[in-house]
Design a protein. Structure first.
Length: 95
């Protein structure tokens, strides 16, 4: 699915397998399962957007929560720094 320059309002939308360019999401439930890649470019998400994760995406979040609770805080903090575009000079990285 390709969506460009759309205002997406008051709906539930699955991101899996989609390409969204310059879309504006407001009052939506956004679902990501992680079965297919997603491309988001220049999109905006309003404060009333809710996010749901299922399937592999939910499993990944649960795994991250579990390893964080077990002390792998540096791994996850470095992962978030990489996501922010500020890769750490030390510690593990994800590829």
């Amino acid at each position: 699915m390709l969506m460009k320059n759309k205002k997406i309002r008051n709906t539930t939308i699955s991101l899996d397998g989609g390409t969204f360019e310059n879309c504006d999401f407001d009052r939506c439930e956004i679902i990501f399962s992680g079965y297919l890649p997603v491309r988001l470019t220049g999109c905006k998400f309003g404060p009333d957007v809710t996010w749901s994760f299922s399937g592999p995406a939910s499993n990944t979040l649960n795994f991250m929560q579990a390893i964080y609770a077990q002390g792998a805080t540096k791994l996850l903090e470095n992962t978030f720094e990489n996501i922010r575009g500020n890769p750490s000079k030390s510690g593990p990285t994800l590829h």
